[in-house]
Each structure stands twice: as C-alpha cells, then as structure tokens.
Ligand binder design. Structure first.
Ligand code: NAD
Ligand code: IPM
Ligand code: MN
Length: 358
C-alpha cells in the first residue's frame, strides 16, 4: 500500500503523553497489516507560543496541509490562561479547525459493558448506550464577532452567534448520513424556543429531513437533552447540534462511558481528510505523572484509519484490542472505580499494543 502521511501535533499537558501511545499503535498496525505511515511532528498550542510566538505557526499549518490526516493531542494550560486572545493555545485550536475546513466533528460515546461500574450513573441506565454526537465545528458563537465596549454601566463584553443556512444544511446532512448507517434515529438539538439561530437550524433540519424519509427525527431543546442524556442515554443514536451545545453535551456523554479519557473524535470537511483528537483537554492537573488514559487518543487513530484511509480492518483491530484489554480488567486510574493497581499511560498503551492482531 502507498505511504500515508500523518501530521502529529501533540500540544501541551497530557497531549504528548497520550499521542506517544497512539503513535506506537499506528506503528504496530503498520507492521501487522503491511501499511506504511510517515509521521511529521509540529509545534502547536502553548508550546508553540513559547517557542515560536504563536499557537498555530504557519509551518505547522503547512505540515498539516501536506499530510493525509492530522493526529492531535490537546492544548492549553494555566500558564497561558491570562494571555490575550491571539496568544492563547485555544485560539490555535479554533484556527486549525477553521483553516482546514473541518466543520463536522464526530464524537462517538460507547459504553463498554465491563466499564459500567466506572461511570457515576447506574449500570442499568447505561445498558446498551451507543451514541454519536455530530457537532458543528466552525460556526456559531465560537467564531462570531467578539468585542468589548464602554457603556454607562461599565465595560461590556459581546459574543455574537451566527449561522447561515449553508452551514446548517451541510452538518444536518452529515447527521442524516451517519444516522442512515446506524440505527436511523436522529436527535437535532437546539434552543429554538429562544434563539433565532436555532429557529433557522430547526427549519433547515426539517427541510433536509425530506431527503431522508427513513430516518426518525426528533427535535430536542438543549436543556432537555442534557437531562435526557442522563435519564435515557441508550435511546439516543445520532445527536446533531451546533458548536457550543455539542461541546458541552459531548463532555456530558463522556461520563456515560466512565471517563472523558475514553472519548475519541474525528473532525472532517468535504473530503476524506481529517483531524483526529481525543475530546478531552490537556489535563494540567495530571500532566507529567503518567496518569492519563491514552484510550481516547488510541481510539481516535482507529477513526483515522477507518474514515480517512479506509483501513477498516485495522481500525476494527484497534477497537478489538481496546475491548479485550478492558475485558481483561486493565484500567487506568480514571476508570478504575476505586479498585487499586491502576496502570500508567505507557502500561495501558503497551497492553493495547500487545493485543493488536489480524
Ligand atoms: P480537561 O479535559 O483537560 O480535564 C478535565 C478533567 O478530566 C480533569 O480532571 C482531567 O484530569 C481529566 N482528564 C482529562 N483527560 C483525561 C485522560 N486522558 N485521562 C484521565 N483523566 C483525564 O478539561 P479542563 O480541565 O477543563 O481543561 C484543561 C485545559 O485543556 C484548558 O486549558 C482547556 O482550554 C484545554 N482544553 C483543550 C482541549 C483540546 O485541546 N481539544 C479540550 C478541552 C480543554
Ligand atoms: C474541545 C475543547 C475546545 C472547544 C476548546 C479548548 C477551544 O473544549 O475540543 O472540546 O471548545 O471546542
Ligand atoms: Mn470541549
């Protein structure tokens, strides 16, 4: 097979720790299945601010653009939290998503049977939960005009939220297309009782739904969805929603699986190119201690293999390896549910590595 080029931007905090394990998994998959991956590393986030004066150096963007896919760790940390906007790691993250046209963020949340005790929810509520959040990633309040101004009541800050019909249509279509390949149920989440952007969202989703008569569509207000996710998680199949709602609901969905350390993601545009990253952040509270769960990042590489490269057998092998290792009782501390003997980041990585086979 041809060589696949992967840009690796590990970032800050636990980013480099979890990405290192994912890279080993890629290497192993290459050996087992006969694929060749060529990785190119680049600075991104806080470390790029420190070394290059900007969170997303042009050179890093170029490395990403000439690759077939991007593997990203996480960015951010307290040392950059009081920086001006252009010198924040998170600004680099928003920039790279926008620059690469990655408007569709897929965040699958699957409850492994053997991890039901790792969640804070009751096992019987979690039974059978397997959902996918489809989050719009390059619009909404994240990217609207922001400014401050003086008013008679003192300084005022403004964030604006805008969505056009083209942006809504393409993410709605993604939601329906994914639902068609799954259990054909789509929940469109909005706040149409209050927000104008949500009213356009709902009208547009209804119009697009005519193209997908087989998909059972429900509209759920975001506050209710936050509640239903805890009440009846297994009834959800695909959830499609705007940028900020998707950010918040996916962290909530993570807790169904036991830990945010389990949640992988894929960010896609129009073609097969994609950026793959765990849903979690740089976790400064546990960084540098070997405590991070690498599974979210390892499962993100499985998504890369399946969605960008079309190597579905290899993707299956990674997912099987993760399931096997968890079934055997191996845990990092975030999913250990109070039991002792948790594995370190590298020990968990090694267990998964050893379980990868054709
Ligand atoms: P976080 O996801 O980094 O951490 C939240 C909690 O989950 C922490 O207690 C952390 O220890 C734990 N956690 C996260 N990942 C884990 C893993 N793999 N294994 C075990 N435990 C894990 O969110 P936060 O604390 O709100 O943010 C920290 C920094 O990360 C901030 O600067 C934020 O802006 C940034 N952030 C970046 C991304 C990203 O790069 N995509 C995502 C979210 C937050
Ligand atoms: C995520 C993160 C980012 C987001 C932040 C760090 C900008 O929380 O990837 O979920 O809000 O999109
Ligand atoms: Mn988030």
């Amino acid at each position: 097979a041809e060589t696949k080029k992967i840009a690796v931007i590990a970032g800050d905090g636990i980013g480099p720790e979890v990405v290192a394990e994912a890279e080993k998994v890629l290497q192993k998959v290459g050996e087992v299945f006969g694929y060749t991956f060529e990785t190119e590393h680049a600075l991104f986030g806080g470390i790029a601010i420190d070394q290059k004066g900007t969170p997303l150096p042009q050179e890093t963007l170029d490395v990403c653009k000439r690759a077939d896919a991007v593997l990203l760790g996480a960015v951010g940390g307290p040392q950059w939290d009081n920086n001006p906007k252009e010198l924040r790691p998170e600004t680099g993250l928003l920039g790279i998503r926008k620059e690469l046209g990655l408007f569709s963020n897929l965040r699958p949340a699957v409850v492994f049977d053997c991890l039901k005790d790792a969640s804070t929810l009751k096992p019987e509520v979690l039974e059978g939960t397997d959902l996918m959040v489809v989050r719009e990633l390059t619009g909404g309040i994240y990217f609207g005009e922001k400014f401050r101004r003086e008013t008679e009541f003192g300084e005022e800050a403004v964030d604006t939220c805008a969505y056009n019909v083209t942006e809504i249509e393409r993410i709605a279509r993604q939601g329906f297309e994914i639902a068609m390949k799954r259990r054909k149920k789509l929940a469109s989440v909005d706040k149409a009782n209050v927000l104008e952007t949500s009213r356009l969202w709902r009208e547009t989703v209804i119009r697009v739904s005519a193209e997908y008569p087989e998909v059972e569509l429900e509209h759920v207000l975001v506050d209710n969805c936050a509640m239903q996710l805890l009440r009846r998680p297994s009834s959800f199949d695909v959830i499609v929603t705007e940028n900020m709602f998707g950010d918040i609901l996916s962290d909530e969905a993570a807790m169904l699986t036991g830990s945010i350390g389990m949640l992988a993601s894929a960010s896609l545009g129009e073609g097969s190119y994609g950026l793959y990253e765990p849903v979690h952040g740089s976790a400064p509270d546990i960084a540098g201690q070997g405590l991070a769960n690498p599974i979210a990042t390892i499962l993100s590489t499985a998504l890369m293999l399946r969605l960008t490269f079309g190597y579905s057998e290899a993707a299956d092998a990674i997912e099987r390896a993760v399931a096997e290792v968890l079934d055997a009782g191996h845990r990092t501390s975030d999913i250990a549910a109070g039991r002792g003997n948790a594995l370190s980041t590298t020990q968990m990585g090694e267990q998964i590595l050893n379980a990868i086979r054709k």
